[in-house]
Design a protein around this ligand. Sequence first.
Ligand code: CP
Length: 313
Amino acid sequence: MPLSVKHLLGIKELTPQDIEQIFQTADEFKQVLQRPIKKVPTLRDTTVANIFFENSTRTRLSFELAEKRLGADVVNFSASGSSVSKGETLIDTVNNILAMKVDMVVMRHSASGAPWFLARHIDASIINAGDGTNEHPTQALLDAFSIREKVGSLKGKRIAIIGDIMHSRVALSNIFCLAKLGAEVMVSGPPTLIPKHIHSLGVRVEYNVKKALEWCDVANVLRIQLERQHKPLFSTLREYALFYGVNKQMLDSLKKEIIIMHPGPINRGVEINSDVADSKQSIILDQVENGVAIRMAVIYLLSGRKDLQDSIG
Ligand code: CP
């Protein structure tokens, strides 16, 4: 089954069937990644450009690995050190890269909506690797896939997203994705970091993090995005850690064992303590591992191929 979309711009545009199709395809690629030779020739006639206008560790490496595991040719572009500093526009930059016979573009940009803008001007498929405070669709897919791996169907499962909801593209994509999969979602953190309109997305709001942890089966803890905050929204990081940070004492006081997630990068001792991030309840590194299979699935499905079983052997 092909996806209902030509690009992966946001989770908002995907159907639940699209998400299930991505998960089933990722299941296949995850098996490939357990083999001694973790590479298939599926996309050996395809070239993918990873265009990053904003910093990244996990997403960029994960996309590059996914593309190489699929046998694609890969070119990497960073805005720093490029002709963007000489005034070249986004469309000119991308059209010049496409002129070198590139088939697919993976883009991270600090401007919310940049991938949608680009999609109106170029023919190649675009995958959004994070746009401003808007969406980070492959992160939400790998998060939901990681929960599914641990607990099965997400229908009726309670997921708390804790931290800086206001500035987080991970939060918004997760809310869209989890809702499409039938999960119940709660957001928690300081009132100044939770958008006032968030109820309209069908999520619960709980300003007391301890109560959110008591309610949920899974807690996805998010980083404070100081780089996107242009005025103080809480007094100090120390105070934030004291009132909103997730620590071992809190988890031990719960009457159940919940799953702990974090998309990274982690600010240890602020939103989450090391004894939680590194605990057996944490699936943070499983999320990173699953990111490669999810991105392989997205790239494969957007390529329009229909020969999965033949090409992976
Ligand atoms: N989770 C995530 O997007 O991490 P990076 O910013 O390192 O890509």
